[in-house]
Design a protein around this ligand. Structure first.
Ligand SMILES: [Mg+2]
Length: 232
């Protein structure tokens, strides 16, 4: 396809703009520190891996809500509090503490300069299975909006999630380039929805899987290469 056919971008967040693993590890450690201070019995009964296991168990128990990471986290914290005999009302401030740390992301070096270039040329809609809030990270000015799996009810790789994003942009899927790091969720997902895709495969990311079907319009190691390709 030609560049001029692209009228807007849908952009993945976690691992496309910032590394996610260190942020979640830090936020989970900070959550545990908060519990040690405010809900000592819970902290004593559940270490970080035990809290993760509880969250996984809640996700299995409620498959309809497994895409809603905010609900999962809050619900699993509340369960831990109840099981340990602490006040369940502490789930809200405990979650808020976790959530604040979850937003202390460190952008990849190319992310901000690339966003500055790309947003001057294209409307960009954030499309995420995660629960990052752009305003908390200071990135809201670069986007025309955000659609999350939590808001929509299910996430990538479902085609209707991509289609909802294109509708929000007032465009057809073939006019919207989806940019992301995850082959299955972002690239095969966009392919299934009829969107062209750009695969950002950073050096620490997994290689293309053997079962790959989709043919991304762009493949590169960072977002500045994509901005170059788009002439942004
Ligand atoms: Mg991602």
């Amino acid at each position: 396809m030609v560049v001029t056919a692209i009228r807007a971008l849908t952009l993945d967040l976690d691992e496309t703009l910032w590394p996610i693993q260190p942020v979640i590890e830090r936020a989970e450690a900070e959550l545990h520190a908060w519990l040690r201070q405010h809900a000592a019995a819970t902290a004593a009964r559940f270490d970080v891996p035990a809290l993760q296991a509880l969250r996984d168990a809640v996700a299995l128990e409620f498959p309809d809500r497994a895409h809603d990471f905010t609900w999962l986290r809050r619900e699993s914290i509340e369960r831990a509090l109840v099981l340990a005999g602490d006040a369940p009302e502490l789930a809200e401030p405990a979650f808020e503490h976790f959530f604040e740390w979850r937003h202390r992301v460190v952008l990849f070096d190319d992310a901000l300069p690339a966003l500055q270039r790309l947003c001057g040329r294209y409307p960009i809609l954030a499309l995420t299975n995660g629960n990052a809030e752009l305003a908390r990270i200071g990135l809201a000015p670069y986007f025309v909006g955000r659609l999350s799996a939590r808001e929509f009810g299910r996430g990538k790789p479902h085609a209707d999630f991509f289609h909802a994003a294109c509708s929000q942009l007032g465009l057809t899927p073939d006019q919207v380039l989806h940019v992301g790091d995850d082959w299955a969720l972002d690239i095969e997902g966009a392919h299934g929805a009829g969107q062209p895709s750009a695969w950002i495969c950073r050096p620490h990311h997994a290689a293309k899987p053997a079962w790959a079907q989709a043919k991304p319009w762009f493949e590169g190691a960072d977002l500045l290469q994509l901005a170059d390709r788009l002439g942004a």
